[in-house]
Each structure stands twice: as C-alpha cells, then as structure tokens.
Design a protein around this ligand. Structure first.
Ligand code: XMP
Length: 502
C-alpha cells in the first residue's frame, strides 16, 4: 500500500483518493502513528498549515523514514521538511502564494515523464525551500524561476504544489509517475479485498448474531449483501419513517428479496409523523427524526450481540481528524452516537467498509453481484422528504412531493439523465400562488425541481437539463398533481445554497 502521512493539510484525504483512483491501495496515517505504518510500497508526506520554522513544527523520524527503503514524495510542507532533513533550508515568508501557477520541469526526472513543458499547478503555501543541499537537484520551477520541485536522490521527491486537486491539470499523471518508482507496489484489486473482508468478518463475528440497519442506499445494501456472502448470522432492519419516496419501501423490500437477503421492515410512519406534527423549525425537525430513528431502531434490535454499520473511509478520516485537531465545531457523525460508542468500546461494532471510498463500495457491490440500478442510486438524506418540505410536514404535503418527484425522476431516466446527475429531486414550496386551471382560478402550492452535479456534496452545481425534459416534466406535474399550479427549477449553486432546502 501507499502510506500517506498527514501533516494536516485540508487536501490530505484527496491524496489518498487520487492514489486509489490510480489503482493502488492507500491509507492515511496520523503523524503520531509514524513509523507504525505497516510495510508500505511508497510513502507520501502531505502538506500542512504549519511552518517548519515553528518551534513545535510537526516532525518525523527521518532515520525511520529512510529505513523503509521505498520512494518518498513530499508535498508542500512534506517537501520543505525533506529539504531540511537533507541539510537544506526553508525560508519563511509572510506572503502566501495561493492559486494557479505555471510549472516548468527543468531537469530530467522520472517525476515529469510526459508532462507538458508548461503545466498548470495549484499552489497554497507561504514558506519556500531556500538552500538546496549538495546532491539534490531542482527538477521544476515556477514562472518566477523559484524551485518548486526537488529530487534528493533516486527515491526522494518533493513538490511544492498540490497534485491532488483538479486545478493541477497534470497532477494525477505526476502522482502516477511517482508511483511508478515504487517497484514493490501491487495494484489494488477489489475481488481480493472482498475475499479478505469476508475472512475478517467470519473471524471477528464467529457464532454471534450481527444486526444491521438497511435503508436501500448503496452503503447499507452492500454491507448487508457482504454479511450474507460471509454467511454470518444476520438481522437486517429497515425502518420506514414515513418520509420515503413514492413506492420506496416496497421497492427496497423487493430488491432485497431478489438478492436473497431477508429484511425486517418496521413501519414507524405513524410514530414519525405524529412526532413531527406542527413542527416547522428545520433543526428541531432533524432532531425529532434523528432521535426517533434511534428509538425505533433500538426497540426493534433489543439486545445486540454485534452491530454492523456501513461507515465509509471519509467518515473515519473526518472523525479522526476532528478528534485530533479538537476542531471547535465538531460535526457529530450519525455513526458515532453514544449508544454506538458504548458498543464500540465493548468490541461489538463491525465496520467492514471503513477503509473504502464510495466508488470502491460500488465496485465491491458489483463484485457481489448487486444490480447497477441499486448501486447508481442517488444519495437520499436520512431525514428523507422532510428536508424537501420546508416548514411543517404532513401526509398531504408528502404525497404531493412523492408524485412530483416520481414524475421528475421518471423523466430523467427516460432521457438518460439520471446517471449523469449526482442527485435530483422535486420538493415542495408551501406558498400558494394564483393560477388558472380549466375555467377556474386556482390557488395552490409550487414544486421546485433540483438537479445537481457534485463530487463530494460539499459543493454542487445545478445541471443544465434539456428544455424538452423540463417542459415535459412540468406539463405532467401540472396536469396530474393535485395541489400544484407552478413548477420552478432551482438554479442555485452550493455554496451559498445547500442541495436540500432544509
Ligand atoms: P446539503 O443540503 O447540506 O446536502 O447540501 C448535502 C448532501 O447530504 C445529504 N443530506 C443528508 N444525508 N442525513 C443524511 O444522511 C442528513 O441529515 C442529511 N442532510 C443532507 C443531501 O441529500 C445531499 O446529498
């Protein structure tokens, strides 16, 4: 594997992702854990917010690093640190270089095989390397002829820019060139990984019974099928919170049936909707739904010998880095509620997907024989349609959303757009406006259509859907859905808007 050592850059997680996209298994390690990083085939030192001249600058055991005897790439702070270790110097500056820059490879180095003579890269730093030690060479400069890439010997490379962000146009290829230097690195194969996971699950679980929650979403579905494949005793529980889309509960049940996984459905619609009655505040609604889920789920579970959950690698990295940086605003992940932490302390929580990114979970799902339709489903929020129904939620409003949404999603599928957008839905704007239906004046609500592309849900752009698709969707909604006399298309990017309306 490729060990990525975290010096705290906001992009570190992306490095891991990019390496995996290149077909190699990568893992992120906290600096405190170094040198306990197994037997890596290559090591990447990430960037970080600190300066090497800080009194307590993050440091690592250079002798231990050399002893691994594998190629090392220092990115940003990582490069500055390597330069110091090799006897060079780093100059602190108050000016920050931030944004696109030109990269000029200047010296023959395998790192820049096939890279353009001028290549756009993304910079984000204030310190720069100053004295270059004997035996090291500058392998690229920027437009000001400042060294931005060094090579200290055959296997130590440094780059000042961030190859992992897409603004570095040939960043992926530079990473690939680096990984080519790692002779011992084996490509990552999801089938091998699957077999390992199954063995691990069998050993960890033994004769115990594992409980897991399923939602019909990709992660929990892959998890449940994986447990079935491992042949351990499993109970899969599906909570119908009354906030699902049209026919969703029935479809989820049918899907699992086809896959040969027994699920227990708990119809708790009544409980959820009663608890939500009259509540219009978005945060309170979320809280009610979150607490009710825990209540209903654990009522159904009773005493669990073991709990399996579909936590993914980004969640793990996020919780870990939050814990370490003691970030002032800690986002409590729903997989880390007190009840679960308690079980975890007793060694009763199984998270087999915790080393995988979303696209790898899909690949695993494919390898488990799960249908593409299920694996390519758009994300759907835990609080369900509640976040698409601003203000008070009731059966009438939910019914309207369900009908509008089914029409819109149907059209997206019909036109081949469903798989091209990252997430799409129809929501309700509970504001009455005047219109005409037949010979009569109407006074009804509006629906908003939203379709976005996104990489990680942190940012999103609205999708320029064909006018024909929108026209047909609108026509059908206006004809068929009682209570709606206006259809709007949401053309807001995130930020500043969010994907959902609440
Ligand atoms: P926003 O609206 O914040 O949504 O732009 C970003 C992504 O997260 C989903 N989302 C949630 N998912 N529980 C979830 O499991 C939640 O409470 C939740 N809130 C939003 C949303 O659908 C979008 O994909």
């Amino acid at each position: 594997h490729v060990a990525v050592i975290d010096f705290g850059s906001q992009y570190t997680q992306l490095i891991v992702r990019r390496v995996r996209e290149l077909g190699f298994f990568a893992m992120l390690y906290a600096l405190e854990d170094f040198p306990e990083i197994g037997k890596p085939g290559a090591i990447i030192l990430s960037g970080g917010p600190r300066s090497t001249s800080d009194a307590d600058a993050p440091d690592l055991d250079f002798e231990a690093l050399k002893a691994f005897d594998v190629p090392v790439l220092g990115v940003c702070y990582g490069m500055q640190l390597l330069n110091l270790k090799f006897g060079g110097s780093v100059e602190a500056s108050d000016r920050r270089e931030y944004g696109p820059a030109n990269l000029f490879p200047v010296n023959d180095s395998p790192l820049y095989d096939g890279i353009s003579e001028i290549s756009q890269v993304w910079m984000s730093h204030s310190d720069t390397v100053k004295i270059i030690p004997d035996g090291a060479k500058v392998i690229a400069t920027n437009q000001h002829e400042t060294p931005v890439s060094l090579q200290w010997d055959d296997r130590f490379f440094g780059i000042q820019f961030h190859p992992e962000v897409t603004h570095s146009h040939e960043g992926l290829m530079i990473l690939k060139n680096f990984l080519k230097q790692a002779k011992e690195l084996a490509p990552f194969k999801i089938d091998d990984f699957k077999r390992e996971m199954i063995d691990n699950i069998r050993t960890t679980v033994g004769e115990r019974q594992v409980v897991c929650g399923v939602s019909g979403g990709v992660d929990s579905t892959v998890l449940a099928v994986l447990l079935k494949e491992a042949g351990v005793k499993t109970r899969a529980i599906f909570v119908d919170n009354g906030l699902l889309r049209k026919n969703e509960a029935a479809e989820v049940q049918a899907n699992f049936k086809r896959m040969g996984v027994d699920i227990e459905t708990v119809d708790a619609s009544e409980r959820f909707l009663n608890a939500l009655a009259g509540e219009g505040d978005p945060e309170k609604k979320r809280k009610i739904i979150g607490n009710m889920f825990i209540e209903v789920f654990w009522d159904a579970v009773g005493d669990a010998e073991m709990l399996a959950q579909g936590t993914l690698y980004p969640d793990v990295i996020e919780s870990a880095s939050n814990a370490k940086s003691k970030a002032s605003v800690i986002k409590t992940h729903h997989n880390r509620v007190p009840k679960i932490l308690e079980l975890q302390a007793q060694g009763k929580v199984l998270e087999p997907l915790a080393e995988l990114f979303k696209d790898e979970v899909r690949a695993l799902g494919r390898s488990l024989g799960i249908e593409d339709d299920i694996l390519q489903r758009h994300p759907f929020p835990g609080p369900g349609l509640s976040v698409r129904c601003p203000g008070v939620v009731d059966r009438e409003r939910l019914e309207i959303i369900r009908e509008c949404d089914a029409i819109f999603i149907g059209k997206l599928k019909e036109y081949g757009w469903y798989d091209k957008v990252w997430q799409a839905y129809a929501g309700l704007i509970p504001v009455k406006t005047v219109g005409v239906k037949g010979d009569e004046r109407s006074y009804e609500w509006a629906t908003n259509l939203r379709a976005v592309v996104s990489e990680d849900a942190m940012t999103a752009e609205w999708v320029d859907l064909p006018a024909k698709l929108l026209r047909e969707t609108s026509q059908r909604i206006l004809n068929d859905v009682k209570g709606i006399n206006r259809v709007l298309y949401d053309i807001s990017t995130k930020p500043p808007a969010s994907i959902e309306w609440e």
